[in-house]
Design a protein around this ligand. Structure first.
Ligand code: ACO
Length: 579
């Protein structure tokens, strides 16, 4: 029975309450044992469990309930008050509803919200109800600017006509040879050279980048100019963390589908090796004072206040890979997903090993040759392949690695995505542009979706963003020939697969009538993924769509979904059809 047969018959708003997951029995499951590792004692197991519980939003909330400040609690019939936290005015909702002459139901709702102390201040309300209120379902609506169901039938077709990427180069603890703009230019030049149109024929250049460097602000425009697209080429950079590369494609898709543009160059670039070191606020203040000193005496005075600790900068990459709301590193969010769905270390390592095996096979068979363009460093070094792959990786090697993010966790350097540099471009065109320039479309973008969930479990982003594509397209799992699910962490990918097989999760979070089912592993990340290849965060979204198109064409498949989790608690997905 496919998803089509289980489509909910007008079930109303989906209840997306992640407190339900996992079931109690799954929580108690042993997710950490690995036969090749020394086993933790019962005491450390208990401690580890307690530590994970601290990340659990439900347990944490129970332990430390957020109290709305007095001033945030509007009461029916009272005058509006100012929130001490946000500084915004809170109208008393019941009175407000009455005054504006709204209906009885609305007034009742307003009273009940007021009674629970949750009206008015968005910040407070969001904090307090984060895991209490069913969130608005994004399975069916995507906010302003989206292509709605009715508009979709009138939308113009959008074609992927070409694309390529650089090799992904592992960051080895020092700045890599290329900046984000260098990567984008080295990737883009050969792509533009083989097109039958001039580089200035684009309507817009859009580039995703999560870590822009100060010397290349609006890196899209810098790259467009350096690629010879001309002074009149509009270009902008987009940022949706790990979804930046897919965001650029999605914008291009929408511009073309709406009839605003004909030909767009979209992509992603990232040089994680060049993430900055950041001076602390104290060090910056000292430096400002020192530089502002007018006399030699003032300078000497400032020098005397110098503290050696100022020389110890904060690591920008570490901060960037930590969620600012939950305070969890991305790897810890993967531990969270693994814990909730009982994913073991063994399973994660097995997945990682297979990822390396598949990428090595793809490189050997030349399946990536039409996708990867070599790069040339100023010192003459040629980079022509993804250098993170370990063709001879085995469970013994992987089993020896220590968990990185939790003492007795599952996530290691071996089953995490690697920190790499790389760029990727895709050319998108309307039917008119295809005809005008005599282009050969490779695939068509059919639909896309963005969804959000709690930052602690951002790894489940693919489930909440890809399922609406299946729903809207009335597709079952069997209708999807290839899946590209970005491998942020092996445990996170496996967590998504487990969630789709969990009837409770699918029913309550995804709004289905039962479990979606098991994704065929032979159709998932068939040529490896970020675990073996690396994950230049702003680029990966473009890469998975480009590779999906190539993989579909190579295997003779028709439909494919590229999907990824996004730091901060989001998911993005794109449905394409090979031509
Ligand atoms: C929404 C999202 O997409 S979230 C995802 C965003 N991205 C991330 O969070 C990045 C996650 N990854 C990381 O943070 C890093 O890769 C880390 C912290 C896990 C590891 O970083 P590093 O220590 O620099 O990794 P590195 O690749 O150097 O490996 C460390 C060690 O493990 C070993 N190792 C790594 N992978 C393997 C493997 N597959 N098999 C055997 N050994 C391995 C290395 O050889 C190395 O050992 P050595 O020091 O003796 O040479």
């Amino acid at each position: 029975m496919g998803l089509r047969d289980r489509l909910p018959a007008d079930r109303g708003p989906v209840r997306r309450d992640l407190r339900q997951f996992p079931r109690a029995d799954a929580r108690q499951g042993d997710a950490r044992r690995h036969p090749a590792l020394p086993q933790p004692s019962a005491r450390t197991e208990r401690r580890c469990h307690l530590r994970l519980r601290r990340h659990d939003p439900v347990e944490r909330r129970a332990a430390r309930p957020h109290r709305l400040r007095r001033s945030c609690r509007p009461r029916p019939g009272r005058r509006s008050r100012t929130c001490a936290r946000s500084g915004r005015a809170h109208p008393a909702p019941a009175r407000q509803a009455q005054a504006s002459g709204r209906g009885r139901a609305q007034r009742r709702r307003a009273r009940s919200i007021a009674g629970s102390g949750g009206s008015g201040c968005n910040r407070c309300r969001r904090r307090r109800f984060r895991f209490q209120r069913p969130s608005r379902s994004r399975c069916t609506s995507r906010g302003a600017g989206t292509i709605t169901r009715s508009a979709r039938s009138e939308a113009r077709p959008v074609y992927i006509v070409d694309g390529n990427r650089t090799p992904f180069i592992k960051a080895r603890g020092k700045p890599g040879p290329f900046s984000p703009a260098d990567l984008a230019v080295q990737c883009g030049r050969p792509l533009l050279m083989r097109q039958p149109f001039a580089p200035d024929a684009f309507d817009e250049v859009i580039l995703g980048c999560a870590n822009q460097v100060a010397g290349e602000m609006n890196v899209a425009r810098v790259a467009a100019l350096r690629m010879g697209c001309g002074d009149e080429m509009p270009a902008h950079t987009v940022h949706r963390n790990c979804g930046s590369g897919m965001q650029s494609l999605d914008e291009a898709y929408r511009y073309i589908a709406h009839g605003d543009m004909e030909l767009v160059l979209a992509g992603g670039t990232e040089a994680l090796s060049r993430a900055p070191l950041i001076l602390s606020d104290e060090a910056t203040a000292w430096l400002a004072k020192f530089q502002g000193a007018k006399t030699a005496g003032d300078r000497a005075k400032a020098l005397r206040k110098f503290n050696l600790a100022y020389l110890s900068p904060e690591i920008g990459l570490k901060q960037g890979l930590t969620d600012p709301i939950s305070g969890l590193a991305m790897g810890q969010t993967a531990e969270e997903v693994a814990h909730r769905f009982g994913i073991s270390r063994w399973q994660a390592d097995e997945y990682a090993m297979e990822s390396h095996r598949r990428l090595a096979r793809a490189q050997e068979e030349g399946w990536l040759d039409n996708e990867v363009e070599p790069m040339f460093a100023p010192d003459g070094t040629v980079y022509d392949h993804d250098d993170g792959v370990r063709p001879d990786n085995n469970m013994e090697q992987l089993g020896k690695l220590k968990p990185v993010f939790e003492k007795y966790g599952n996530v290691t350097a071996g089953n995490s995505s690697q920190i790499t540099d790389g760029a990727c471009w895709i050319i998108l065109a309307s039917e008119e542009a295809v005809e005008k320039h005599g282009l050969t479309p490779l695939a068509k973008i059919v639909d896309s979706d963005w969804a959000a969930l709690a930052p602690e479990i951002m790894g489940l982003g693919p489930t909440v963003s890809a399922t609406p594509l299946l729903k809207r397209g009335e597709l079952s799992l069997g209708d999807i020939d290839v899946w590209e699910l970005n491998e942020a962490f092996a445990a996170q990918v496996l967590g998504c697969l487990a969630a789709w097989e969990d009837p409770g999760f699918c029913r309550d979070v995804l709004g289905l009538d039962g479990a979606l089912g098991a994704v065929d592993r032979e159709k998932l990340n068939i040529d490896g993924g970020a675990v073996s290849l690396g994950h230049p965060v702003g680029t990966s979204g473009t890469r998975i769509v480009l590779h999906l198109v190539n993989a579909l064409r190579r295997t003779g498949g028709k439909r494919g979904i590229a999907t990824e989790c996004i730091g901060g608690g989001q998911g993005g997905a794109m449905l394409v059809e090979a031509l």
